[in-house]
Design a binder for this molecule. Structure first.
Ligand code: HEC
Ligand code: HEC
Ligand code: HEC
Ligand code: HEC
Length: 163
């Protein structure tokens, strides 16, 4: 009995890194317009975040920082200049396989098809703390409309920021 529990635990530990690390590569990106259809509140609010303008800002550059393709890793979606801005899918995972209503309405199914729940780790991917990219504290940004869109479920912001 003991051993079964032990091995069960080890199994869970072994599987975890893969579950957490499921990578974008498995699923294709579709672009924010496809999400807008069903998530207008979030889309319209996202348009007013700094993330929506991240590509323009990088292309304008600064005196000592000229635009080049490598900027797009953090200043666009899927490093693709044609997918301008840090769009939905950079925080929620590439949507080709979860955007269908039959999948979307079932959270577990959506996750199995690439939906990611945004967390501190999501932000760390770009807000690395290196160079001009400052670190951000996820919990503190939940209600910052320049960072994250408004939620349709108004109580979510409260619960996520722990207030
Ligand atoms: C055909 C309609 C439809 C499309 C298109 C769609 N969604 Fe959804 N989505 C839903 C429904 C329905 C739910 C579950 C109920 C709700 O939150 O409204 C949902 C839930 C979600 C959730 C909340 C999951 C949770 O934690 O409970 C996220 C995040 C999300 N969608 C992101 C996206 C993104 C990003 C896209 C574009 C790639 C997208 N959706 C496209 C219908 C859609
Ligand atoms: C590792 C991710 C990352 C890369 C790569 C990156 N940026 Fe940024 N950039 C950020 C983040 C995050 C911010 C938000 C600023 C902050 O943290 O306060 C930002 C902000 C900016 C800003 C506006 C604020 C400022 O500092 O003036 C400009 C302009 C900018 N980046 C240009 C560029 C250019 C040009 C490149 C390519 C040479 C580039 N970035 C590459 C992550 C990155
Ligand atoms: C900078 C990261 C970020 C971007 C970009 C982003 N979201 Fe979100 N979104 C979040 C976070 C954080 C939550 C709360 C945790 C979660 O459900 O993942 C959330 C929650 C949601 C929810 C469910 C909660 C609710 O009540 O609204 C939907 C639906 C959603 N986002 C859709 C979108 C769509 C559509 C876009 C693009 C137009 C988008 N998001 C862009 C971070 C982001
Ligand atoms: C794909 C890369 C990427 C991801 C993922 C990302 N960001 Fe950003 N974020 C940026 C870039 C690039 C900017 C700068 C945009 C600009 O200045 O126009 C930025 C800007 C911001 C700003 C405004 C900073 C300022 O100086 O005004 C905040 C706050 C922020 N992000 C928070 C978050 C949070 C919280 C998350 C995680 C939920 C997140 N970001 C995820 C790339 C990213």
């Amino acid at each position: 009995m003991r051993n079964i529990v032990k091995w069960g635990l080890m199994g869970a530990l072994l599987v975890l890194p893969f579950a957490v690390g499921v990578q974008a590569g498995d699923h294709a990106y579709v672009g924010a317009k496809k999400c807008k259809m069903c998530h207008k509140v979030q889309y319209n609010s996202w348009m007013n975040t700094k993330h929506a303008k991240a590509t323009e800002v990088a292309k304008a550059g600064t005196k000592d920082r000229k635009f080049e393709a490598s900027c797009l890793k953090c200043h666009a979606t899927n490093s693709d200049e044609a997918m301008a801005g840090v769009q939905c899918e950079m925080c929620h995972g590439p949507g080709a396989d979860y955007k269908k209503m039959s999948v979307m309405k079932d959270l577990e199914k959506a996750k199995a098809n690439g939906l990611q729940v945004a967390s501190q780790e999501t932000c760390n991917g770009c807000h690395t703390g290196e160079g001009h990219s400052k670190k951000v504290v996820f919990k503190d940004q939940i209600k910052n409309k320049e960072a994250i869109h408004e939620f349709k479920n108004a109580d979510l912001a409260k619960s996520m920021s722990g207030m």
